[in-house]
Design a binder for this molecule. Structure first.
Ligand SMILES: C[S@@+](CC[C@H](N)C(=O)[O-])C[C@H]1O[C@@H](n2cnc3c(N)ncnc32)[C@H](O)[C@@H]1O
Length: 302
């Protein structure tokens, strides 16, 4: 279970501090997701919403390819939105362009949305706040997408209905989410090492694992032609000169192992980390730790 206050607080802050590692862990999935987004993007200038944009990787990739898109990325975590804006400014500067607006400023003559806690640069804007509120304020959108940012709503049918209301008729929705827990070794391996149970069915990383349930949510929210494609990918937890140490550090910061280790008595933690290291080692190649992982990529129409 991951609640909105987790994302606005500690969990969001850790994800922001670890954004390079989380981006790397999803990089293999992103090849598929980015292609799916591009495949349905309108062939004219369009407005897009990135739901739970995190550190902004998916939107930055889209903006690079589709310079005619106006993209709004929204996330509950101000720390992650700060990182996204920082990456955006660096990306624009490295292309040698002068930013069209300074982060956090507002431009009364611009048709860009006024920044809340965030800012606009060029045609991309990252804003901190609830995706449903901001989707409503900044509607309409021709394309809505998310990399693993839509599994955390308390009432998913109501949430996806709100997103549909923010979409123009015929707008496309594309998002990724994890398939079943047992097919995702980055979760099962630490569980084996630390004796953790599979997650419950509440909001959280595996809340959208069941294809039929998600199909029902989308249909109940008025989305049509919903279709899920299974994707297998390598979740890279470790790399660099010490892949095992890198992966061990990541799992102690993010995910269920991190929470379990934090809750342990000091005397038990060392042995638990040793067990975790032993299990992770099974997934080490020469220069990486890659966990087999499984996701859905969903597509639907407003
Ligand atoms: C698993 S992370 C994925 C982040 C990012 N899309 C990525 O791929 O790196 C889920 C993200 O969804 C965001 N999130 C969850 N519920 C949200 C909501 N109601 N409104 C906005 N963002 C939300 C979280 O703050 C978090 O950054």
């Amino acid at each position: 279970m991951t609640s909105p206050t987790d994302w606005t607080g500690r969990v969001g802050d850790v994800w922001a501090a670890e954004w390079r590692r989380t981006d790397r862990s999803f990089a293999d999935l992103s090849r598929h997701l980015d292609a799916a987004i591009l495949a349905v993007a309108p062939d004219r200038p369009f407005r897009a919403l990135d739901i739970g944009c995190g550190a902004g990787g998916t939107s930055l990739a889209l903006a690079t390819t589709r310079t005619d898109a106006t993209i709004i990325g929204v996330d509950l975590s101000t720390s992650l939105v700060d990182i996204a804006n920082d990456r955006l400014i660096r990306a624009v500067l490295s292309r040698g362009r002068i930013p069209g607006a300074i982060c956090g400023s507002s431009d009364a003559h611009s048709d860009r949305p006024a920044p809340e806690q965030g800012g606009a640069v060029g045609n991309v804007t990252f804003l901190a706040g609830d995706a449903l509120d901001l989707a409503t304020v900044h509607a309409p959108f021709d394309l809505l997408y998310s990399r693993h940012g839509v599994m955390f709503f308390d009432d998913p049918v109501a949430a996806f209905a709100t997103l549909r209301h923010a979409a123009v008729p015929g707008a496309r929705l594309i998002f990724s989410c994890f398939r079943n827990w047992s097919a995702n070794a980055f979760a099962t391996a630490p569980a084996e090492a630390l004796g953790l149970s599979p997650p419950g069915s509440g909001p959280g990383p595996f809340a959208f694992a069941d294809r039929d349930r998600v199909a029902g949510i989308l249909a109940g929210a008025g989305w049509r032609d919903a279709h899920a494609t299974p994707v297998a990918f390598a979740y890279r937890a470790g790399g660099g000169t010490d892949p095992l140490g890198d992966a061990l550090e990541m799992l102690q910061r993010i995910g269920p192992a991190a929470a379990a280790l934090r809750g342990m008595a000091d005397g038990d933690r060392g042995a638990a980390i040793d067990r975790l290291r032993g299990v992770i080692d099974r997934y080490r190649t020469t220069d990486a730790v890659d966990f087999p992982a499984a996701a859905w990529i969903w597509s639907a129409k407003a």
